[in-house]
Each structure stands twice: as structure tokens, then as C-alpha cells.
Design a protein around this ligand. Structure first.
Ligand code: PLP
Ligand code: TYF
Length: 395
């Protein structure tokens, strides 16, 4: 029967890694998939994670099923990390946390839960992480798109507010909480209150995707927009990922955070999320959740982890500044001016497919579509070369 199926193309971002590996040139740079790399091009296991794993090795006594929606303590740990102490306490039993395999699993839970509420539309800003669209559509949701990048490549608040006018109460708005993938362009600090008020007034449901908390300005500042939306909108969802900020990519750990108008609704939503999870993966995997839960509960490990997140962020920020300086030096022109304002793991060069190919062929520089670069993959010794190629493509 499979002869009736066409072979599907590979995920374009995942496919880049194999192309890069096959490139023998020493100056090559892998700026494709969003995985943090240190100065030697390596993705390290964080020290806090190693310590937590050592502790678990000693103290874990069983690998029996979890039989719950969350590793013990993880729900409170992640709720507090996302919402902060004050809002987590204020919302109390109006919020629930269900563990998932990565932020992707959380998005899938959110999509299927939302489908049970039958919203008319989910509003999605473009460009976005390519997997958002099929996850939402395959849950049966119908999407409406708006262009989130304005003329200056920044977040276009006016375009969002205009798009909101076509929605009805109960419709859903997907937003990246911080460090937008792929553009690196987030709402400015003074824009989040306007967004929160606009959604609350129209009785819309925010669905926040927070996959890079800590990679923008700080763990707390990066969650500021999410906190404002959770504070003002009686119904809100957030897909949390521990892949990047705990470096736990392959352990697949994330969670869906849900806020409801009443405690009864929270129980109802949580029971539906358990029901959805049971048919997707039965019970969540424990290892990554136990590591995160242990780190967040330990004063010492938590402090170590915060320092490690700070270090990753500062390194990315220095590399981005280095690229901005190299582009100025190479007189690459106005086209790349917005780079200095971008935040998080990615920067967006706004390249067309021919330009992406030009960088790859002439410089061994592997970027994702649109010229999205994983900033942590930049090598200082190659910045001048990259800048001069970019100056060439824009002439
Ligand atoms: N959302 C965005 C915007 C992402 O970039 C990613 C991946 O890195 C995810 C969600 C999902 O992350 P994961 O499922 O690996 O935790
Ligand atoms: O955008 C990225 O690079 C990360 C990692 O199918 C990723 O979000 C990329 C592609 C994919 C899953 C994760």
C-alpha cells in the first residue's frame, strides 16, 4: 500500500546539517539548526545538568512509569520560572502545568486542546517557525496569517493590531514570547502592555511559544510579555521548552502552561490535557524533567544554571555585535542595519534563495531559509569573510 505514498521532502533545517558535514572546506560555518554552540563549535552538557544527573544516579531508585502528568516538583518549578514568584502565587490554582516531550509536544497539546474549544481562527504571524503551521492545522484549526515583519524588519505592532480586528472572542493568537524564530525581532518592552490589553479587550486567547527564555535579555525579562498576557487574559496558554536554556535538546523536555478563568476550568482543562497526552505518548519521559526539577529546586544548582544561561546569552550577544561591526567595516550598507537590534539565538539576514546558495557555495556558510543564522555558530575568524560576501550579495 505504501506505493501510493509520495516520498516527502526532508525538513529543510535538519537537512542542512548533512550538507555541512559533507563540506570539506576548513572555513565552513554551520549557522543552520538552532542548537547552541560554544567557541569550539561544540554543544556542551551544562555543568548544572551534569551535577543534577550525578545526584539522580545516586538517588533514583526506580524507573517505573511516572503515572502522573508531571515529574514531582517540575510543575511548580516551571510555573515559577515562566510566571515569576509574584504572578505564580497570584494565579494559584488558576494555572496548570503538564509535562511534554519538548516544546513541540507542548504545542501539540495546546493545538489539540484548543481544537476542543472550537475557535474560529488562530492568528499566526509570518515568518514563523515552520513547524507551527502543520502542528496547528493537523489538529483541525484554521489559520489566518499576518506579516509580523515591518519595513524596518522589526516587529510590526500596527499590523498585529489591524489583524486582531478580524478576530472574534475565543479566537487564538500565536505569539513568540521572546527571541523570535526566525527573525530575532520581538515586540519592544513598551509594546507588550498594548498587546496584552488588545487581546484582553477582544477576549482572545494568547498561545505563547517560549523556547528561548534566557537567550534575549535575561530569564526574567524574556518572560515579561508572557507574564503580562497571563496576567490580563483570563484564558491563556504557553508552550515552554527546556531544550535550549537547559541544553537538554535530546532529552525532550517541555511543558504546557495553561491559565483559566476559574479553578474548576483549570481542573477541566488539565483533565483534557491528560487525556490528549495519554493518546499521544501515554506518560511523559522522566529523565529531562527530573533534571530540570532538581536544578530549579536546588539553590546552588539553580544559581550555577542561571550563570550558565547568562554566559550563553552573552556569548551570542558578543558574536552578533562582532558581525554587526564586520558588516560596517565591509560597508555592506543599510540592508543589514536591523541586525544590531535582534535578540536571541537567531538573526535574520533577509536573503533570497539565490543569496543563501551564494553564501554556501562561495563561503561554506550554511544558513537556513531567508538567511536565518544561528548566531552561536559564528566563528570570529570568519566574520570578515562573511561580511565581505554579504556586502557582495547586496551590491
Ligand atoms: N518553538 C520554537 C520557536 C522553536 O524554535 C523550537 C525549537 O527549537 C521549539 C518550539 C521546540 O523545541 P523543542 O521541541 O525541541 O523543545
Ligand atoms: O528552528 C530551529 O532550528 C530549532 C530546531 O524540525 C528545530 O527550532 C529545527 C527543525 C525542526 C525541529 C527543531
Amino acid at each position: 500500500p505504501f506505493s501510493a505514498l509520495e516520498c516527502l521532502p526532508q525538513d529543510p533545517i535538519l537537512g542542512l546539517g548533512a550538507l555541512y558535514q559533507a563540506d570539506p572546506r576548513p572555513q565552513r560555518m554551520d549557522l543552520g539548526i538552532g542548537i547552541y554552540k560554544d567557541s569550539s563549535g561544540f554543544t556542551p552538557i551544562l555543568q548544572a545538568v551534569r551535577e543534577a544527573e550525578r545526584w539522580l544516579l545516586k538517588h533514583r531508585t526506580s524507573k517505573s512509569y511516572l503515572s502522573s502528568d508531571c515529574v514531582p516538583g517540575l510543575d511548580n518549578g516551571l510555573r515559577q520560572l515562566a510566571l515569576g514568584d509574584h504572578l505564580a502565587a497570584e494565579l494559584g490554582n488558576l494555572t496548570g502545568v503538564i509535562q511534554s516531550p519538548g516544546g513541540t509536544g507542548a504545542l501539540r497539546l495546546a493545538a489539540q486542546l484548543l481544537a476542543r474549544l472550537s475557535p474560529r481562527k488562530v492568528l499566526v504571524g509570518l515568518p514563523t517557525w515552520p513547524i507551527h503551521v502543520p502542528i496547528l492545522e493537523r489538529a483541525g484549526l484554521s489559520l489566518q496569517f499576518w506579516q509580523q515583519q515591518g519595513a524596518d524588519q522589526g516587529f510590526d505592532l500596527a499590523a498585529l493590531l489591524l489583524a486582531l480586528d478580524s478576530l472574534q472572542p475565543g479566537d487564538v493568537v500565536l505569539l513568540h514570547a521572546c527571541c523570535h524564530n526566525p527573525t530575532g525581532a520581538d515586540p519592544q518592552a513598551h509594546e507588550w502592555p498594548l498587546i496584552a490589553r488588545a487581546l484582553a479587550e477582544r477576549q482572545l486567547i494568547p498561545l505563547l511559544d517560549m523556547a528561548y527564555q534566557g537567550f534575549g535579555d535575561s530569564l526574567d525579562k524574556d518572560a515579561d510579555g508572557l507574564r503580562q498576557l497571563f496576567s490580563q487574559c483570563p484564558t491563556a496558554l504557553a508552550a515552554l521548552s527546556c531544550s535550549k536554556n537547559f541544553g537538554l535538546y535530546r532529552d525532550r523536555i517541555g511543558a504546557l502552561l495553561v491559565r483559566t478563568p476559574t479553578a474548576r476550568d483549570c481542573q477541566a482543562a488539565s483533565s483534557h490535557l491528560s487525556d490528549i497526552g495519554r493518546c499521544l505518548w501515554s506518560m511523559p519521559p522522566a529523565h529531562g524533567g527530573e533534571v530540570v526539577s532538581h536544578i530549579l529546586a536546588s539553590t546552588e544548582l539553580r544559581a550555577l544554571w542561571v550563570t550558565e544561561v547568562d554566559n550563553m546569552r552573552m556569548r551570542i550577544s558578543q558574536l552578533r555585535s562582532g558581525l554587526v561591526a564586520a558588516l560596517q567595516e565591509a560597508q555592506a550598507g543599510e540592508r543589514f542595519h536591523s541586525l544590531g537590534r535582534q535578540r536571541g539565538m537567531f538573526s535574520w539576514l533577509g536573503l533570497n534563495p539565490e543569496e543563501v546558495l551564494f553564501l554556501r557555495q562561495h563561503g561554506g556558510i550554511y544558513t537556513a531559509g531567508g538567511g536565518r543564522i544561528n548566531v552561536s555558530g559564528l566563528r570570529p575568524s570568519q566574520l570578515a569573510n562573511m561580511a565581505s560576501l554579504l556586502a557582495n550579495v547586496s551590491r
